[in-house]
Design a binder for this molecule. Structure first.
Ligand code: PLP
Length: 437
């Protein structure tokens, strides 16, 4: 097959931007040289301060997206800045053939959190181990590989089947994308990874019916983030745990977005009164530095023997130092208390501002993971909010998602709600009025 010739401007290696405005110049370069898979808005950020982002023109934006639920400590947190500056001057990377000063202590701290949370849920602290990687999708890949290898090599009978929930989002690599039960993320990438099936979120009977002798694990995102800030029915996860125990399946949790205090407790599963066999973390773990991890019950973790799984950058000194600072600050500054308190306040303020609006379908959330479901195009509201100096993101088809840094205060929430309401009124009220007229 002969490929069509590329336009010459696409093959010019050192094309310089022709625009003089810095935002337009960067947008022009991006348009030429980055793969066109992102719909970037034309805003170029140069730096941040706490919950604020500042663009090249000096405009300030209140960041209630946090880089999609990543920057738990906001931008340029002094402890993170100091530690990373120090670490960069010492050592950034070595391979996993050797130890560094930070991976094992960070693993210990995560295991202590896991032990405390499982003890609260079951009465016994479950010992665990950690594998570090670089992103959420990679952590999900590791969970899938762990589950399959546990059945095949440790228990001696392959049970490759994995059931996931409709509306979930687990990432863009192959197993993570296949686990993601939303066809729009899979279109054109077939064939997908065999062995996955999907059932409606929160439907215990459908899950029980879908599980066969070949099913080795159930994978759940407790509060579906990308899917639309969807909360699980009360008691459902606990019942899933019982089903897994009865059928010898592993319960795997995707806490990539919900973990590290986002929903008001260190792990979201703490609010469900049951415990998983393994879970995935990423997003907030490095405070903006790419870090992913799985935390797995000790016995299950032994499925990953030398040579079975690895990643070059995983557990590197810089990433691990970042993770340690994040955990230290969360504990020292009682950040989870703030996330619970301010999260409840934000939800209350959103109810007050949006419940009576004709375009509002629902306001819901847990901790500082909150959504406003609307009739109309949420992307246009996000754009209008950005023009008013507020950053947030869209989740699902119709949800405005707020995931601010966990250190925001009530004043930040008041300002965010005021700006969001103004943006939503501008975009959605005319449509709602036209429909009701
Ligand atoms: C719940 C969940 N799991 C997995 C992922 C994938 O993480 P990453 O984009 O770091 O690969 C995401 C990303 O949004 C997520 O929200």
């Amino acid at each position: 097959m002969t490929l069509p010739a590329l336009p010459t401007d696409l093959v010019t290696p050192h094309a310089l931007p022709t625009a003089t405005d810095p935002t337009a110049a960067i947008a022009e370069l991006a348009g030429r040289f980055l793969t066109p898979n992102y719909r970037n808005a034309n805003v170029v950020f140069t730096h941040g301060e706490g919950p604020w982002n500042i663009d090249v023109a000096g405009r300030r934006y209140l960041d209630f997206s946090s880089g999609v639920a990543v920057n738990l400590l906001g931008h340029a947190h002094p402890d993170l800045v100091a530690a990373l500056q120090d670490q960069v001057g010492k050592i950034i990377h070595q391979s996993n053939y050797w130890h560094n000063l930070h991976a094992a202590p960070l693993a210990r701290d995560l295991c202590e959190q896991f032990a405390a949370a499982t003890a609260a849920a079951t009465g016994t602290p479950w010992p665990a181990r950690v594998f570090f990687c670089n992103s959420g999708a990679e952590a999900i890949e590791a969970l899938v590989k762990l589950a399959r290898r546990w059945h095949a090599k440790v228990l001696g009978r392959p049970r490759p089947g994995i059931v996931t929930m409709e509306g979930s989002f687990h990432g863009r690599t192959y197993a993570a994308m296949t686990a993601t039960a939303q066809p729009k993320y899979q279109a054109g990438f077939e064939p997908l990874v065999p062995g996955f099936c999907h059932v409606p979120f929160g439907d215990l009977a459908a899950l029980a019916a879908a599980c066969t002798d070949e099913t080795g694990a159930v994978l759940i995102e407790i509060v579906q983030g990308e899917g639309g800030v969807n909360l699980p029915p009360a008691g459902w996860l606990r019942a899933v745990r019982d089903l897994c125990d009865a059928r010898g399946m592993l319960l795997l949790l995707d806490e990539v977005q919900t973990g590290l205090g986002r929903t008001g407790t260190f792990f979201a599963f703490e609010q469900e009164h049951c415990a998983p066999d393994a879970l995935a973390l990423a997003k907030g773990l490095g405070g903006g530095v790419p870090v992913g991890a799985i935390v797995a019950r000790d016995a299950v973790a032994h499925a990953l023997q030398p040579g079975s799984h690895a990643t070059t950058f995983g557990a590197n000194a810089l990433a691990m130092r970042a993770g340690r600072v994040v955990l230290e600050v969360l504990a020292r500054d009682r950040v989870l208390d703030n996330a619970r308190d301010v999260g409840a306040y934000l939800l209350e303020r959103l109810h007050a501002a949006f419940d009576a609006q004709p375009y509002t379908i629902d306001v819901r959330g847990r901790g500082l993971m909150v959504g406003v479901q609307v009739r109309g195009d949420p992307k246009r509201v996000v754009d209008a909010a950005r023009d008013r100096g507020l950053l947030l993101s869209v989740a699902g088809a119709d949800v405005l998602r707020l995931t601010p840094p966990l250190l925001v205060d009530r004043g930040h929430c008041d300002l965010a709600v005021e700006r969001l309401r103004a943006a939503a009124d501008e975009v959605l009220l005319p449509v709602a009025s036209a429909i009701s007229a």
